[in-house]
Design a protein around this ligand. Structure first.
Ligand SMILES: *[C@@H]1O[C@H](CO)[C@@H](O)[C@H](O)[C@H]1NC(C)=O
Ligand SMILES: *[C@@H]1O[C@H](CO)[C@@H](O)[C@H](O)[C@H]1NC(C)=O
Length: 175
């Protein structure tokens, strides 16, 4: 009898160990949750233009379907373009919806100052620029952002004929 009790205890112990192991694997306690905020400046006209239109829209319409633009846009700490530069958004956006303006964004957020200097986040998502909030997945990163996953929220801060300033809030899990 004492032997069967200890066997039962052993089984229970194994079960507890197994359960606690599967719990600790998700989420990993060493993962960090990081929030980063910056302002993206897309200058679409003038001498200081930061993007180049590669293809024109296939047809003249507000959806601009078929337009592809490559950008190298400054990212700053505050909405003021003269505030501290923290990085650059490098990549392209393509108008990929036939009915409304909706962009496929494919870009690297390359940090060039501050604690993330040298680290990069890769974003791939859908951006409807006239919507109040657009959510785009962060699909990976390098440097401080190895194994990163998360999302970016974009909100237009101001928009003129020449420049769009967009507030980005990025939420990440990484090691
Ligand atoms: C271009 O940038 C420079 C330096 O920030 C600024 O002095 C100048 O006014 C800008 N030019 C235009 C056309 O925005
Ligand atoms: C960012 O890192 C690069 C490469 O290490 C370095 O040359 C540069 O001075 C750094 N920039 C800032 C603002 O710290």
């Amino acid at each position: 009898m004492p032997i069967s009790i200890s066997k039962r205890h052993l089984l229970l112990l194994l079960l507890v160990l197994l359960l606690s192991k599967s719990n600790s694997a998700n989420p990993n306690p060493s993962d960090k949750l990081t929030h980063i905020r910056f302002y993206f400046h897309d200058i679409i006209r003038g001498r200081n233009r930061t993007d180049v239109r590669v293809t024109k829209p296939a047809v003249a319409s507000p959806a601009a379907f078929g337009m592809i633009t490559v950008m190298d846009d400054p990212l700053t700490e505050a909405p003021d373009p003269k505030s501290r530069l923290v990085g650059r958004a490098q990549g392209f956006y393509a108008a990929a919806d036939q009915n409304e303006l909706s962009l496929l964004m494919a870009m690297n957020l390359a940090f060039t100052a501050g604690e993330y200097n040298g680290s990069v986040l890769s974003v791939l998502g859908r951006n409807q620029p006239f919507y109040p909030v657009r959510e785009m997945p962060v699909i990976g990163g390098s440097g401080a952002f190895r194994f990163a996953r998360g999302y970016a929220e974009a909100r237009t801060h101001s928009f003129s004929r020449d420049v769009a300033v967009v507030e980005y809030n990025v939420y990440l899990m990484h090691i």
